[in-house]
Design a protein around this ligand. Sequence first.
Ligand code: 9MR
Length: 373
Amino acid sequence: MKTRNTLITIILPALLLASCTSDKALAPGPSLKNTFINDFLIGTALSANQIEEKDSVADVLIREQFNVLTAENIMKSLFLQPEWGKFDFRLADKLIDYGTKNKMTLVGHTLVWHSQLPRYVHRITDKDSLTEFFTNHITTVAARYDGKILGWDVVNEALNEDGTMRESIFYKLLGENYVTEAFRLAQQAAPNTELYYNDYNIEQPKKRAGAVALIKKIQDANVRIDGVGIQGHWHAGRIPLKDIEESILEYSALGLKVMITELDVELLPRNFTGADISERMKMKDDPAFNPYISGIPDSVQQQLANDYEALFKLFLKHKDKITRVTFWGVNDGQSWLNGWPVPGRTNHPLLFDREFKPKPAFYKVIGTKENVN
Ligand code: 9MR
């Protein structure tokens, strides 16, 4: 009996593993990164805990499913330069080690953003001090990771919804050329790193026109910009497929790589679109605004699956222009959409549920590849 048990528990699994390739041994089910290996990179955003490998279940899934990583937060200036002139690279370096160890590509997010700035930056009121911070931050951080990461989101969310420039502290004190200057500094400090502009809703015609103008301005100044990130915070049943397709074509026609950089599909009610974290929704304790606390009904699950399927069909159609598709989080439990724009809701916007199990949307995404080939 003991021999039979040994055969079942040790020898059989070992034989099964040996008969698989090493990659398959890691990933018993379908894997996103393997499925789209010839099309585009498949990424996710990691929390600090995940970077520190504190969550072993998440860790297995990350290594099985994704081949490019973005830090969800810890490479923003608030974390990298918490005190003026004093950098804290501990977690960012860990991310680089994690990626290197697992043969994964890394993307830096983000050098210049009006949000998640260190407190001392908010107190700056003169151009010279802000120029000093801006120059030192971009130069130090971009140089440190040059050659170690594929690309940087150099500037994040510089535009308003109507395509005009957002009146951020950078715009107000440095003037409207600050975006071009950020790319110029990044280009000097990181000659081996791709440089991207990243924003949400830039598939929408007005904001897209603003992004195109901004990109042309950088190019006209003979400064390098390699790609554009359409963040992809979309809403179930309302994916703007036509706008997305037009945007892929338009950005690509500027000579840029196109990336979907923060993909999630929101299921909960909202009275605006986009990802401006300064916007909050004032809501009463009405359960109608948090309807899926104990899971999503089949019809909603199906809607989510159909939306993701439509998106990936479109991405595959333009795989020659799209270099990366990154989800904003590993599973539903991690998503920022549980806390915004209303705190404490239960959202389900990703392909893996709170138990890290693939949802119907995952299989539909995998299926887009089978149907195309
Ligand atoms: O997902 C991030 C969340 O954990 C942070 O609290 C938030 C702070 O602003 O930033 C979130 O990520 C944002 C990203 O960096 C830029 N685009 C919008 C994303 C969602 O707000």
